[in-house]
Ligand binder design. Structure first.
Ligand SMILES: NC(=O)c1ccc[n+]([C@@H]2O[C@H](COP(=O)([O-])OP(=O)(O)OC[C@H]3O[C@@H](n4cnc5c(N)ncnc54)[C@H](O)[C@@H]3O)[C@@H](O)[C@H]2O)c1
Length: 268
């Protein structure tokens, strides 16, 4: 088991991608702190991990509230004796709007969870990891960490680009302490968040046009990328972005491939 005797906090793991990550890390042997704002969801994911033979603690906290994060770290160490891995997954979407229609309140809300939340969670766990002389931080960005979102508005793109910048700084700052910091950038993943924002026809059109591998990612596929970056397999990798997107960032979805095929035919 790759994460035997390790302890991981996964923020926002009461559902969606966070649940996928928590369950994959749990199966790999780590004790999981299932942290979420929603107590019922945190409990049900912790229960599912326990049923699969793992160890899990449901924990209610808010990534925007520093006092709840201090308690999260204290409770983790109290229950499991140590802390090895932090996965900053909690995040919120935004509805698509032109910048001129965006209020400051909407901007602040997304930045507070998606970017400031990552900063605050890192700040809360770093002293424990430094004392231990080792640690792994995996941030969940997005393909919107690397180009504009096709789903929400500018504040989401800005927040996720910020995560990549923060990852670079922390990777450099924490290298002396044997703590690695990386970002996983999911493409479209079929989660409650994605289901709420799209209908089936939109999703089919989107994947056909944008994703060379032709489908959305599963939550477990994101979990497996996180597992790699949280395990000893990735000892020398820090400050990196790993896109798990079915090739979306190549830009060569169905439309462009049809264009390329036409050009190839014309040139033959
Ligand atoms: N779904 C996608 O296609 C997709 C693509 C790229 C990146 N992402 C990113 O992946 C992450 C997870 O997204 P998801 O689709 O699973 O979303 P989701 O809404 O399904 O799940 C998010 C979870 O985070 C929790 N949460 C929200 N705000 C919180 C806070 N302040 N403190 C603690 N917990 C909080 C929610 O209660 C929820 O359980 C986000 O960072 C998102 O931006 C998602």
């Amino acid at each position: 088991m790759e994460l035997k005797d390790k302890v991981a906090i996964v923020t926002g793991s009461g559902r969606g991608i966070g649940e996928g990550i928590a369950r994959v890390l749990g199966r790999a042997g780590a004790a999981i702190v299932v942290m979420d704002m929603n107590p019922k969801n945190a409990e049900s994911v912790a229960e599912a991990i326990t049923k699969e033979g793992g160890r899990a603690l449901p924990l209610v906290a808010n990534v925007t509230q520093e006092d709840t994060l201090e308690k999260m770290v204290q409770e983790t160490v109290k229950q499991f004796g140590t802390l090895d891995i932090l996965v900053n997954n909690a995040g919120i979407e935004s509805s698509p709007k032109l910048l001129t229609d965006l209020t400051k309140a909407q901007w602040d809300k997304v930045i507070a969870v998606n970017l400031t939340g990552v900063f605050l969670c890192c700040k809360a766990v770093i002293p424990t990891m430094i004392a231990k002389g080792k640690g792994r931080i995996v941030n969940i960005g997005s393909i919107a960490s690397l180009r504009m979102t096709f789903f929400g508005s500018a504040e989401y793109t800005a927040s996720k680009h910020g995560v990549v910048g923060l990852t670079q700084h922390l990777a450099w700052e924490l290298a002396d302490h044997n703590i690695t910091v990386n970002t996983v950038c999911p493409g479209g993943v079929l989660t409650p968040l994605m289901e709420m924002g799209t209908n089936r026809e939109m999703r089919e059109r989107l994947t056909k046009r944008l994703v060379p591998l032709g489908r959305f990612c599963t939550i477990e596929e994101i979990g497996r990328a996180v597992l790699f970056l949280a395990s000893d397999q990735s000892d020398m990798i820090t400050g990196q972005n790993l896109a798990v997107d079915g090739g979306l960032l190549t830009g060569y979805g169905e439309d462009l491939r049809a264009f390329i095929r036409e050009r190839m035919k014309a040139a033959a």
